[in-house]
Design a protein around this ligand. Structure first.
Ligand SMILES: [Zn+2]
Length: 312
């Protein structure tokens, strides 16, 4: 399987959308019947009242809500609809409560894996755009307020002597499933953070720092967090992670040594899990794997099914 196809299987990936404003949808869609708005509040998206379907608001659904202050952010056009994200956290309170009253806010992660993949990817994109929007209120060069740039996912500084344009930023992070095999069998290395749900163990991860490649970050983070040295680092797939504005770059890597020296400031625990004991640990609930919307789960499943290498 090629890397595009593998990444497209990750939740929030594979979105097919033209990211340019089409000529028939002017002024942020406010006069277009093709415009649909995704309303975002923090990590939540507006759903219908029964919480079964995300509510993509058309013009005629906005009703009495004040549309002059929507500050809609262009997402893109799929040929049928032109999509915009509305960050409710930055709206005047009257407009925000009016939009919020049209449905119910639901955590995106709770529903993402069960949604059609294109819809989950669209909502993830909207969440990422809104998250950036909340952090781009002021110009990082001169400190003046910013305003949406028409026809683009960008903010422009309102200071006429500055005028800087600010675009969404993506933070690269690596995530790696470390494995080891010897005469006793095959094992993988999983860690957990103290804030996670009980007994959840996952692949190791960390941000790529200035001056290093993604592969450099794999070697550094695994060594820092667990004292394990790795080689045979192999890229697997990537996933946009909208809740932290990250691009997760997924790898498998082979451990050279196996004795763990835990950095307790990073992880609460890290352990080797042998292939033969994993089914019984899952059955008993002693081990809980990351949920289906995460690339961490795909990395684990690929290792477990022996689908983790490009075979040279
Ligand atoms: Zn400025």
């Amino acid at each position: 399987m090629d890397h595009y196809s593998r990444s497209a299987r990750n939740t929030f990936s594979g979105l097919i959308l033209s990211r340019k404003l089409p000529p028939d949808v002017p002024d942020f869609g406010q006069t277009s019947s093709r415009a649909l708005y995704v309303v975002v509040r923090g990590d939540e998206v507006l759903f219908d009242a029964t919480q079964s379907e995300p509510l993509l608001l058309a013009q005629n659904m906005l009703g009495g809500c004040d549309q002059d202050h929507l500050q809609a952010m262009l997402l893109g056009d799929d040929g049928r609809h032109c999509y915009f994200a509305v960050n409710i956290d930055r709206l005047p309170s009257g407009t925000a409560s009016c939009l919020g009253s049209l449905g119910t806010f639901v955590p995106l992660r709770r529903h993402a894996a069960a949604m059609p993949s294109q819809l989950a990817a669209l909502l993830g994109y909207a969440r990422a755009a809104a998250g950036w929007h909340s952090l781009a209120r002021f110009c990082s060069l001169c400190g003046h307020p910013t305003a949406p740039k028409p026809g683009a996912l960008a903010q422009t500084c309102t200071n006429p002597d500055c005028g800087a344009q600010h675009f969404p930023r993506v933070n690269p992070a690596m995530i790696v499933l470390v494995h080891h095999a010897d005469a006793h069998g095959e094992r993988c290395l999983l860690g957990r953070q103290s804030t996670w749900n009980p007994r959840v163990y996952s692949a190791l991860s960390g941000y790529v720092e200035p001056g290093e490649s993604a592969e450099d970050a794999v070697l550094r983070e695994v060594m820092e967090e667990t004292g394990i040295k790795v080689d045979d680092v192999r890229y697997f797939s990537s996933q946009p992670w909208p809740f932290s504005d990250s691009l997760m770059l997924g790898f498998h890597a082979r451990a050279i040594n196996t004795e763990i020296y835990l950095d307790v400031t990073e992880l609460e625990d890290a352990r080797w899990f042998s292939r033969h004991e994993i089914p019984s640990l899952l059955d008993s609930g002693e081990l809980v794997l990351p949920s289906a919307e995460t690339i961490a789960r795909h990395l684990f499943d690929a290792w477990y099914s022996h689908d983790y290498t490009d075979r040279g």
